[in-house]
Design a binder for this molecule. Structure first.
Ligand code: PLP
Length: 243
């Protein structure tokens, strides 16, 4: 094992123990899925992670994720990880993302639903995809929601978007995703998310995914019922400056 692989292994073990501790503290019978966010880190690290058993990986920019996913797939073939797209997505990038992403966690508007549906359908027809694209609605947990279009869909818009995804060909409604606002305690924010998720399940019982919790707040997310955690820096280290 090279030193970087050793380091990633130790970090994965530490994060895994944190998750176990949080699951036990919350008295949960289930264990959330860890998505390791590899943004800004090279394909070689994604390969190392997959070989260590971390096979759910996250990326937030198509121009970085597309080539990385292709490189990792070329090296690992059948053992390639599944990619979760977690960043703001422009509609014109949907066609690219559907070629490699298992799921998109950042669906925040109707226009993107249409673009993802068209892209997923054509990728299914061409054989570039084998399965529907799982879509999570990114909910803005800021209260009140500012009109800057940055943090996801406002909670009021979630039911309409959910119906649109559920009805769209090529897409499956997975659930909700959110990032805790930086300027408040994550716990009440994740409690608002849990309430939104409960309302969503009333209309769409299969949409059970709650993607929440990052390096800084995964314990709070586990306590509030997160089913997917997205952890970057506590596994990979400090990110290099954005390119
Ligand atoms: C980068 C990122 C993460 C991971 O954050 P860390 O602080 O590195 O754990 C999670 N979710 C989203 C949406 C991100 O962009």
């Amino acid at each position: 094992m090279d030193t970087r692989t050793q380091e990633l292994k130790e970090n994965l073990d530490t994060v895994s123990r944190r998750i176990d501790g949080a699951v036990a503290a919350a008295g949960r019978a289930d264990r959330p899925e860890l998505i390791v966010v590899t943004k800004y880190f090279p394909a070689a690290d994604a390969v190392r992670l997959a070989q260590l058993g971390a096979v759910e990986l996250g990326e937030n920019k198509d121009q970085e994720a597309g080539p990385k996913a292709a490189e990792v797939a070329a090296q690992l073939g059948e053992g390639a990880p599944r990619w979760h797209f977690i960043g703001q997505l422009q509609s014109n990038k949907a066609k690219s993302v559907v070629r490699y992403a298992h799921a998109v966690h950042s669906v925040d508007r109707a226009k993107l639903v249409g673009a993802l549906s068209r892209g997923a359908l054509s990728a299914l027809e061409s054989g570039e995809r084998a399965a529907h694209l799982e879509c999570l609605i990114q909910a803005d947990l800021r209260d009140p929601v500012p009109d800057d279009g940055r943090g996801g869909a406002s909670p009021d818009a979630v039911p309409g978007l959910a119906d649109a995804i559920a009805e769209a060909d090529g897409l499956t409604l997975g659930g909700l995703m959110a990032v805790a606002p930086l300027d408040e305690d994550p716990r009440p924010a994740f409690e608002r998310l849990a309430a939104l998720a409960e309302r969503l399940r009333a209309d769409h019982p299969a949409a059970v995914a709650v993607s929440a919790g990052m390096s800084r707040d995964l314990e709070a997310a586990v306590a509030c019922g997160a089913t997917h955690l997205r952890v970057g820096r506590d596994v990979l280290g400090e990110r290099p400056a954005p390119r």
